[in-house]
Design a protein around this ligand. Sequence first.
Ligand code: ZN
Length: 443
Amino acid sequence: MAVKSVWQYYVSSSDVLMLLEVFRRMVNDSLRIGLVNSVSSLKKLSLLSYNQLAHYDSPSYYKLCAISRAAGILAARKKSIRRGFTTRTPYSFRQQLVSCYGFKIENGYLHIPVSRGKRFSIPLTKHTLKIILQPGVKVRSFTLTTSRLSLCIARDAPLLQCNSTVGVDRNLRNLTFGNDNQTYRYDLSESVRITSTTTRIIASFRRDDDRIRTRISSKYGGRRTARTDHLLHNATKTIVAFAIQGRTAIVLENIEDIRSLYRKGNGQGRKYRGRMNGWSFGKAQRQIEYKARWIGLPIVRLSRRETGGSSVTCPRCGERLQSDKRLGRKLWCSKCRVVMDRDRVAAVNLSRRGRVRFARSRPPILLEAQGGAVEAVKGNPTPTVIPGVDAPKLVYRRNQQNHDVTVRGLVETGSALSQDRIDVSFPCIELGGVLGIVLVELV
Ligand SMILES: [Zn+2]
């Protein structure tokens, strides 16, 4: 199930504003109850707080939604505490209403109940209607703020069959994607420039009033995000479109712990650290993932171990590449005696490592999985079919002629797997100690 949202502006009425305020108070009440009883699960929280919300004059499903929102906030807080982050006492200031019940979409309008027997109708824009009326799209919930309406939409996209992969290398100043055949680079240096301009503007504020400074900085911060997000959305859209065109699964690297490279005390300048830590690499990943899922394109997420060294390994011979100040972002392979671009090298390596996951026991790819050197795969096409990768369910393929069932899916080595319809013990094949690929055939 792929999920996305579509939003538009709307004009609120006094009834709606009142409802938003009531909802905010209900969320805060549930938060308070949850904190006092140190409860964060939805079930426990609703048992504790549903009766306490009885005095609010609002349709009862908004009460459930308020509790659910509070439970979400409390669960996120619990997670932060477990990870050792400092948290503030949660309190909702923003007026926001989230609900998955009670709304109706009819004749281009969204109808929602605001109080007993009273409904409010919001005309949907052409853009919103165009998206929600696409075949297979269902509206799951709506979110109201004082001026915006956002609809959460879902779609069951059939999974596309891919026969190749494309690696995506995320960098501060560009997104590079490609495979052995071709690589492309999407320039993002404009977003670095926008970020640095914003930093300079905010640093220039001299007024000695914290409240005003916070407000103006947040205004500029919002402007920066709007501008850089636009660039990033264009980039990720291009990548996904490219992948669909070539029927290639997208391979993403794991660079979760990259922030630890830019900590205080690592001997880097403040500006450099600020720039690197302001880099939204996770946002790029999230955008690529949801856009691909919406179309039904498989995504391969490499582990940290599989990612390691992807930008400094020669894709031709497997040798470690040499860097040089004079070469900049170019790297030198002393064995092949060629200069290569490190971003393109990374994209090619990532696409191969992703493909390795789905390779059957074909000799050249097995070698690659064990870290051995392989000739460039160009002119050596892989007929590997890539089923849904990070999809929670296994992919069934039924062969009509032989009446045998092939179950293919990726599991962690040694982990137990139970499936309702098929119940077998899975033999695991180790590939270079990195992956466990399960291949079961029931005849
Ligand atoms: Zn080489």
